[in-house]
Design a protein around this ligand. Structure first.
Ligand code: TYD
Length: 139
């Protein structure tokens, strides 16, 4: 399966009506895991690159609930970029996939749903370590 196929683009149902929009995301229904953690990133400058890590255990879904950003996703062999620019669009990022979030608009609020509680030790923050691990696992 290609990296693009693994990192599914998700389009959530919009239950909006004349009163406004409503998007619901239920763990293990709209996204492929139970949600253990939620965090959001905002007031990141357009020059900032965040993320810059892969996770041994965590799976994520990223959604710009306001504004826009981009996510560069790689497994060290394939790479693609997702534009997050609508509150009902998300991208699923499985374990052991490297991501960089960047090009944040001033009003960007990037919501992240995670499958795990926070554990700093499962983060791989050095890209050359990540490349090595990915090469070893494909041998
Ligand atoms: P970091 O992982 O660098 O954020 P991002 O990948 O979104 O750019 O996290 C920034 C700081 O926040 C770092 O000190 C770790 C801490 N942190 C937690 O304590 N819990 C969490 O769930 C997350 C995502 C970060």
């Amino acid at each position: 399966m290609s990296l693009k196929d693994k990192c599914t683009l998700l389009e959530f149902n919009d239950l909006g009506d004349e009163r406004g929009k409503l998007v619901v995301i239920e763990g293990n229904r709209a996204i492929p895991f139970d949600i253990k953690r939620v965090f959001y990133i905002y007031e990141s400058d357009s020059s900032v690159v965040r993320g810059q890590h892969a996770n041994r255990e965590s799976e994520f879904v990223l959604i710009n609930v306001a504004g826009k950003s981009k996510v560069r996703i790689t497994d060290s062999k394939e790479e693609f970029i997702v534009k997050l620019d609508r509150p009902m669009i998300g991208v699923y990022i499985p374990k052991m996939v490297w991501k960089d979030m960047y090009d944040f608009s001033e009003d960007s609020v990037l919501l992240v749903l995670a499958s795990t509680h926070y554990d700093a030790s499962e983060y791989i923050r050095d890209y050359s370590d990540y490349e090595k691990l990915m090469n070893e696992s494909s041998v």
